[in-house]
Design a protein around this ligand. Structure first.
Ligand SMILES: C[S@@+](CC[C@H](N)C(=O)[O-])C[C@H]1O[C@@H](n2cnc3c(N)ncnc32)[C@H](O)[C@@H]1O
Length: 385
């Protein structure tokens, strides 16, 4: 479809869905990429963007799970108003031909609509009934790879119907076939790195790197890689998809991703040889072999490059009974290594267990609450003396 200049600069209301604790950082990322009227919410940020910016966010954002483009908004006080609102507020003849598949997800609640599965079903029924009136046939549902991915949010007496243009959660970058043990989600790791303020000019070290997620997200950030370049986005099937504008944004994202100056050393240690090997294959899949070195070994034996730089880590924090003594020793040793090797460096640690973090016997200068897959964690900052 060609460029429709009437709408190219129209501001579209949208929402970025974010990990809890990364709302402010996620809002800042949206602003940096050109979004307007950005407002952090709980686990999300609302914003407005013209179509070029919306495309750019899909290609370049690191922190959101998904981006939801508002299609319509209408008052909703129950089942009937939801059904009729869905039918009347969107030109379904334009957006969803029966040859296209779709899926609906729902969040929030309204009177008589307390189960999101039921609300989603109500939206689906309204749409397929409308399609039967228009064409005498209906779309099929595809939960895996729908042509149109709809999202309903209910709250404050309103329904907001949006399109998810991502085609699967954005945190799956595609480089991580191998997962190690208890890996961080890629967007969470990117957010943690963003919170450190690391700018790529000083060494970055993860002494317990697992599958290497923190290191890969850091190196990708330092090299200006756009995480979305290799993805397929369902927005390419939208009725108003502007292929020329999309190509412009793809080109812009590619130009940013050109390998830049070699960055400072980015190093990881992992004691489990299999997991270290997985980390290396993830690094290779991300195209970052020149930027990242993974060492197999115990962090107690590490030696650091000339600094100062930054140590980041996500040590095990264990839920196994009886493991706490072992963990206290590990945390105590980690503090000793950091003090011995990284004097003058900054040290960031993701803690999911305050009892074992106490074994560091170091005083954090910042404690940022972060939810890691539902576990209440703290991203702790220490200035190593
Ligand atoms: C929670 S995982 C890190 C996950 C990582 N952030 C990721 O996204 O894959 C902790 C890792 O520390 C490693 N580890 C535990 N003790 C270690 C030690 N003494 N030296 C080096 N690595 C160690 C474990 O094998 C495990 O892979």
């Amino acid at each position: 479809m060609g460029r429709d200049n009437r709408h190219a600069h129209q501001r579209i209301p949208a929402v970025a869905v974010l990990p809890q604790g990364l709302e402010e950082a996620g809002a800042q990322e949206l602003i940096d990429l050109g979004a307007k009227a950005v407002r952090p919410l709980r686990r999300a940020a609302a914003f407005e963007a013209d179509m070029a910016c919306l495309y750019r966010l899909h290609l370049q954002c690191r922190l959101p799970f998904r981006l939801l483009r508002e299609l319509s908004r209408f008052p909703c006080d129950g089942r009937d108003s939801l059904y009729h609102g869905v039918q009347d507020s969107v030109d379904w003849e334009r957006w969803l031909h029966p040859s296209m598949s779709f899926r609906v997800d729902a969040t929030g609640s309204a009177q008589g609509l307390n189960h999101s599965h039921y609300s989603a079903l109500q939206v689906k029924n309204a749409i397929v009934d409308r399609q039967r009136e228009l064409w005498g046939e209906r779309s099929s549902i595809d939960l895996e790879e729908p042509d149109l991915h709809l999202h309903l949010h209910l709250g404050r007496g309103e329904a907001v119907l949006s399109l998810d243009g991502c085609g699967g959660s954005l945190h799956r970058r595609g480089y991580r076939a191998a997962m190690g043990a208890a890996p961080l989600k890629e967007n969470l790791a990117a957010g943690l790195i963003r919170l450190t303020g690391w700018d790529g000019t000083t060494p970055l070290v993860d002494p317990l790197c697992g599958s290497g997620t923190l290191l890969i997200e850091a190196a990708s950030l330092a090299r200006g890689q756009s995480p979305g370049l290799e993805r397929t986005f369902s927005l390419e099937g939208w009725a108003d998809f502007d292929a020329e504008l999309w190509r412009d944004e793809l080109e812009r994202a590619r130009r940013r991703s050109q390998p830049q100056q070699p960055s400072a050393p980015i190093l990881g240690w992992e004691q489990d040889a299999d997991i270290a090997e997985q980390a290396r294959s993830n690094v290779a899949a991300a195209g970052l072999e020149e930027s990242i070195t993974i060492n197999t070994g115990d962090f107690r034996d590490l030696s650091l490059p000339a600094g100062p730089g930054m140590v980041v880590c996500n040590p095990p924090y264990g839920v196994r009974i009886g493991a706490e003594d072992e963990l206290e020793t590990l945390y105590g040793d980690l503090a000793q290594v950091v003090k011995r090797e990284a004097s003058g460096w900054e040290f960031w640690l993701l803690s999911g267990n305050p009892a074992v973090t106490g074994a560091l016997r170091m005083k954090a200068s910042r404690r940022i609450p972060i939810s890691n897959g539902g576990i209440d964690c703290r991203w702790l900052h220490y200035q190593v003396r």
